[in-house]
Design a protein around this ligand. Structure first.
Ligand SMILES: NC(=O)c1ccc[n+]([C@@H]2O[C@H](COP(=O)([O-])OP(=O)(O)OC[C@H]3O[C@@H](n4cnc5c(N)ncnc54)[C@H](O)[C@@H]3O)[C@@H](O)[C@H]2O)c1
Length: 469
């Protein structure tokens, strides 16, 4: 499948204008065009863009377990780079998604399954499995796949408890297999460049990091009030479900172990007591729907955001809108955000202390108008201010500024997590082909460590304590 076909499949006609229609792409508002005119005391950090193709002797073969949004994105790498990856099996209880993948990749009928367990009734028939099932279905398939001799690309969060995460680490070591955790941001050119300037010592010793994850009000309403991650109990708490990427990024940038954490946060807004007069169970029956920024009619019908959650949408706009309205009548996506079954916190702050008294503060916020990530890094020689499209490093001595503002729209697959989705695919394919996990910047050991920071933060928040690692 080409990039254009991929976007079409996801319901996104214009990549930049309709980024929300592409799973994961909501992280970036628009591709950054390299247009920042330089001032006298400024220099561009022109690191260039990576080649996303994994150069291997023969294609790595993989089975996709969970052919939803994420599974489709990872599988699409094989359409662009067929010499690197071949999809040879699929398991999904949703037959529409299973058949779509079967037809796209020409998968043999005997390698198309419903429930994930069926994959392992057959002797091993691929190099790797890609596990992209819901959060509560990561642990069991991963443990079974490792025991069956597969390398695994595992969606985040690794598992729902600290114990399970550590069991997966043990299982990977026991069977000598590779587990690549989909901390995809690490594989984007922006974060790779940030890491590079830190490793080159350009800011001196880092003393502190301030990191903001602005989720955006409609994204939060979609995923964490109405959608798949509305329940911390059934999935994972927001700090893991959403921000395990950010814990991982902070840990990775600092390259030091975390010692202790504190956290505060609550579900303050998206609950019954805040519903406006005239509210109803579903937006279509609400008397004040037109005044509500979270209205399902507004988000899905008018703005066509997040349509990848609805299967079998017609191409024609009028027919599509009729079908979307049907979905809003029958699924949680049409429900009032003040009357949903959600329990995820809508604002969260977490403070971390790392080795050498290095500190980091992180906020994960529902109520923001724009997305992306905003990061400030304070070092002994310079500071960095970045927004996931560009960053500026200012040297304290010379006052000179170094700007990274690469135009990532030239990168194949840039729509998925700013290039991170296909970036991880490249490194995972190389790791599997070469039997060497070092091709992955995010090995399972460190991924588990950053997840433990999240579990500890949740303990700290709930018990109002400082939690030691
Ligand atoms: N790395 C990232 O940035 C990122 C972004 C979004 C989601 N995720 C994670 O990816 C995972 C998948 O999310 P998604 O948005 O693709 O969800 P999704 O609902 O689109 O896809 C999940 C698929 O799993 C299938 N499934 C459910 N039970 C199954 C079973 N027993 N056997 C086989 N298939 C089964 C579903 O039918 C569905 O098609 C989640 O854990 C989520 O937290 C990661």
């Amino acid at each position: 499948m080409t990039r254009a076909e991929f976007l079409k499949m996801m319901g996104a006609g214009a990549a930049v204008l309709a980024l929300d229609a592409v799973p994961g792409a909501s992280l970036i508002q628009s591709a950054n065009a390299q247009t920042t005119p330089l001032k006298k005391n400024q220099e561009r950090l022109a690191f260039g863009l990576p080649d996303q193709e994994a150069k291997v002797d023969k294609p790595v073969t993989a089975i996709v377990i969970g052919a939803g949004s994420r599974g489709s994105v990872y599988a699409s790498y094989s359409s662009e780079y067929s010499k690197a990856l071949k999809i040879v099996g699929v398991a999904d209880i949703n037959s529409t998604r299973r058949d779509l993948m079967k037809n796209l990749y020409g998968i043999a009928p005997e390698h198309c399954f419903g429930d994930w367990k069926e994959v392992f009734n057959l002797p091993k028939f691929a190099d790797a499995v890609i596990i992209a099932t819901p959060d509560n279905l990561h642990y069991d398939p991963c443990m079974v796949a490792l025991a069956a001799g597969y390398d695994v690309l595992l969606e985040k969060p690794i598992a729902q408890t600290e114990k399970e995460c550590k069991n997966i680490l043990k299982q990977a070591k026991k069977y000598g297999r590779i587990v690549g955790v989909c901390h995809v941001l690490r594989y984007s050119p922006y974060f790779r460049a940030l890491k590079r300037v830190l490793d080159e010592g350009r800011v001196g010793d880092v003393l502190s990091i301030q990191h903001l994850e602005p989720i955006r009000f409609h994204h939060f309403a979609h995923s964490y009030v109405r959608g798949n991650w509305q329940s911390a109990k059934q999935t994972t708490p927001l700090i893991l479900a959403k921000a395990c990427h950010d814990l991982d990024i902070v840990r990775w940038l600092l390259n030091k172990p975390c010692k202790q954490v504190t956290a505060f946060g609550d579900l303050s807004f998206f609950k019954r007591q805040n519903e406006p007069a005239g509210a109803a169970d579903r937006c279509e029956d609400c008397a004040v729907e037109s005044q509500c920024p979270f209205s399902a009619q507004r988000i899905y019908v008018k703005q066509h955001r997040y349509l990848y959650v609805f299967d079998n949408l017609p191409k024609d706009r009028a027919a599509k809108d009729i079908k979307i309205k049907e979905y809003l009548r029958t699924t949680d996506y049409g429900r009032c955000v003040f009357r949903s079954e959600n329990d995820q916190v809508d604002h969260y702050v977490c403070n971390m202390q790392f080795e050498d008294q290095v500190t980091a503060s992180m906020s994960v916020e529902a109520m923001t108008s724009s997305g992306g990530r905003k990061t400030r890094i304070m070092g002994t020689k310079a500071d960095i201010v970045g927004d996931m499209k560009t960053f500026t490093l200012t040297d304290f001595l010379t006052g000179k500024q170094y700007i990274w503002d690469e135009d990532i729209s030239k990168l194949p697959g840039y729509e998925g997590h700013a290039g991170g989705d296909w970036g991880i695919m490249k490194d995972f394919v190389l790791a599997v082909a070469n039997h060497d996990e070092k091709y992955l910047s995010s090995t399972i050991d460190v991924s588990v460590e950053s997840h433990v920071m999240g579990f500890k933060a949740e303990i700290a928040r709930k018990r109002n304590i400082v939690a030691k690692m």
